[in-house]
Design a protein around this ligand. Structure first.
Ligand SMILES: [Zn+2]
Length: 83
């Protein structure tokens, strides 16, 4: 199965993002550790997921949420300039 592509960091736009398997404090075998996407630029992290594809999907989803938010705040600014 091919791995999904990871989008740049939604927080700082850094392209150096990698998949980590953080130690959660519970005792795990290595192959039971969750997956988490992490940015090496700002150390921003996505949520921990049991499935690598899911971790990437949620990470990529943060971009969509932020882009949507920027779009909304930009259009709000444009509107206020008309007043
Ligand atoms: Zn970052």
């Amino acid at each position: 199965m091919e791995q999904k592509s990871i989008e740049p960091c939604p927080f700082c736009r850094d392209l150096n993002v990698l998949i980590t398997r953080p130690v959660t404090g519970k005792i795990h075998k290595f192959n039971e550790l969750p997956y988490q996407v992490m940015c090496t630029g700002c150390l921003g992290r996505g949520p921990m997921k049991d499935d690598v594809d899911e971790a990437i999907e949620v990470w990529n989803g943060i971009n969509d949420i932020i882009e949507g938010y920027e779009y909304l705040s930009n259009s709000a600014m444009e509107r206020s300039e008309w007043d």
